[in-house]
Design a protein around this ligand. Structure first.
Ligand code: FPP
Length: 226
């Protein structure tokens, strides 16, 4: 049953893997691994809550500044995530969508990602994953493409955003208690509700997503009107 006034499109800045690991005196890689489990839970919860689209910030264009070993841990996680979850995504009707310049990743990951895009293309719900994504870069690219076509307006920019085929963003969540957007969906967040939750990403589960949707349903959106 569709819940009344639940968001159609929720995006999450998954923050706090490192702090989760530190609190438990574990290596950062363990935090990311548990973060990967939280991704799996969130995708399932999105299905239970009947969200049309869940967008996750998995790797920002600024994340290349992290230590090589951490980048390599994250890439390994990405490979394993696709291998372990692709079949399930196809069966559950989840369409993978990528936002960002994912082609900068290692060729074997790009191949896996493109295979997953192809094999999930008939899915009816969307999991959008931001990979090598930066919102300012996305906007500069979209404005450039719009200019090439002759006219730069909000509509022509929007048409060239990676998210052009997704429903409007309703709710943006950031975990871990940090209160900033970190170059994520700046344009798309113009009228989105925002929620900053004090839970580290590896601890985030279905109940947190449900509570966030309920909080969204309680808020009144006016889109600049009265
Ligand atoms: C933030 O934690 C998280 C990331 C930079 C990466 C997010 C990646 C995952 C959750 C796992 C992989 C994703 C997929 C789709 C398989 P942080 O390291 O910035 O935490 P900290 O601020 O506590 O150090």
């Amino acid at each position: 049953m569709a819940e009344k006034n639940y968001p159609r499109h929720v995006a999450i800045i998954m923050d706090g893997n490192g702090r989760w690991a530190k609190r438990k005196h574990l290596p950062r890689a363990m935090g990311h691994r548990q973060g990967g489990e939280a991704v799996r839970r969130a995708v399932q919860a999105a299905e239970t809550l009947e969200l049309e689209c869940l967008t996750l910030y998995a790797f920002s264009s600024e994340n290349w500044k992290r230590e090589e070993s951490e980048i390599s841990d994250l890439m390994g996680l990405m490979r394993r995530f696709i291998e372990a979850n692709l079949k399930d995504m196809i069966e559950r009707g989840v369409r993978l969508k990528l936002i960002g310049d994912y082609k900068a990743f290692a060729p074997d990951i790009v191949t896996k990602l493109e295979d997953a895009l192809e094999r999930t293309k008939d899915g009816t719900r969307t999991l959008a994953v931001a990979l090598n994504y930066g919102s300012q870069q996305e906007l500069a690219r979209a404005a450039g493409l719009a200019a090439l076509e002759g006219e730069v307006t909000p509509e022509t920019i929007e048409k060239h955003l990676y998210t052009a085929d997704l429903p409007p963003l309703d709710l943006l969540i950031r975990t871990s208690g940090e209160v900033r957007l970190s170059n994520f969906l700046l344009w798309q967040a113009a009228y989105a509700e925002m929620l900053f939750v004090d839970v580290l990403w590896p601890d985030f589960g279905e109940d947190h997503l449900r509570e966030a949707c309920e909080e969204f349903a309680r808020r009144e959106r006016r889109y600049g009107g009265r």
